[in-house]
Design a protein around this ligand. Structure first.
Ligand code: NDP
Length: 290
């Protein structure tokens, strides 16, 4: 695949994206507000577009990767940028509302628009480790899938432009929850002289075991029925109380266990104590502002 591409935005990520396209043999046009950042790429064979408008017309697809959506709107709204007839893939991080708004905005101007989220650091772009999520019209994704594949493991999530951002933050929620749970356990064990490295493999095993429950629990959530096949929420809540008491007794932070138990207690108070853990989705599914 030697389709011409353009990359707008040559920050740390944009440079990695453009450099990877170049290495994969794509004629690559680049543009950046601060022109000097294009130096290395131009030396490696990229063409420097004199204007944003030129960059938008240079490739069969244009990747844009700036600091945030405001920068994208400022740049594409206030220059010679003519979007009509272009295909734009916005890999700038943002939220789902911004993605849907940007899609409407670009489509009104005649562009085909895909939104994306990069779940990787610049140094792994171009390897399978770089997971890049896309959402928007499927034909537009498929038209450029083989080009995008140069960047890493590209995944298509669905027609709703907000999906890439939503999966991105869902992934962050998972990542921080696993890390925080591990840190809580590590803090507890260190009070008994067990170091982090000793606990890590044990924690890894627990995390993998729990991850195995997800598909079955997901079925309960999707069917809205939570029979206590393994344990009831009130049994879990008693174990949560132990975690709090132990944390307090050995003098480590108990905020996270208290938060977890507060959610379970609300669910029990609402009559769900005899149901299984995933019934807590009802606590997660609505805002709480206190
Ligand atoms: P950088 O800060 O390195 O680069 C920001 C880029 O945005 C620069 O090209 C900058 O231009 C440009 N820019 C900012 N504001 C404007 C504007 N008003 N008009 C024109 N250009 C503008 O950030 P990264 O490259 O690291 O990140 C880019 C995006 O990629 C972000 O949304 C980030 O969240 C996402 N991302 C980054 C990851 C990373 O590890 N770096 C990981 C995953 C996602 P100039 O050079 O002129 O300042």
């Amino acid at each position: 695949n030697d389709a011409p591409v353009a990359v707008i935005g040559l920050g740390l990520m944009g440079q990695a994206l453009a450099g990877t396209f170049l290495k994969a043999g794509h004629p690559t046009t680049v543009w950046n507000r601060t022109t000097s950042k294009a130096g290395r790429l131009v030396a490696a064979g990229a063409r420097l577009a004199p204007t944003v408008g030129d960059a938008l017309r240079a490739g069969s697809v244009t990747i844009i990767c700036l600091t945030d959506y405001q920068a994208v709107h400022e740049l594409l709204g206030a220059t010679d940028a003519e979007l009509d007839g272009t295909t734009l893939i916005n890999l700038t991080s943002g939220d789902s509302t911004q993605a849907r708004e940007a899609a409407r905005w670009a489509e009104q101007r005649g562009a085909r628009y895909l939104d994306g989220a990069i779940m990787a650091i610049p140094s792994v772009i171009g390897t399978a480790e770089a997971v890049i999520l896309h959402s928007g019209p499927q034909p537009d994704f498929e038209a450029h899938e083989s080009t995008l594949a140069a960047l890493g493991t590209v995944t298509y999530l669905g027609a709703d432009h907000g999906l890439a951002s939503l999966y991105d933050v869902a992934g962050l929620a998972m990542m921080w929850s696993v890390l925080n749970a591990w840190l809580q356990g590590t803090a507890l064990l260190r009070t008994a002289g067990v170091d982090a490295a000793t606990y890590a493999p044990f924690a890894q095993q627990i995390a993998a075991g729990v991850a195995g429950w997800l598909p079955g629990y997901a079925e309960q959530i999707d069917s809205g029925s939570y029979p206590a096949e393994v344990s009831a929420l009130e049994t879990d809540a008693r174990a949560m109380a132990h975690l709090i008491e132990e944390s307090e007794a050995v003098g480590v932070n108990a905020e996270l266990p208290r938060l977890i138990k507060a959610m379970a207690d609300r669910s029990i108070a609402a009559g769900h104590g005899g149901e299984q853990y995933p019934v807590l989705i009802e606590e997660f599914a609505r805002p709480r502002n206190d």
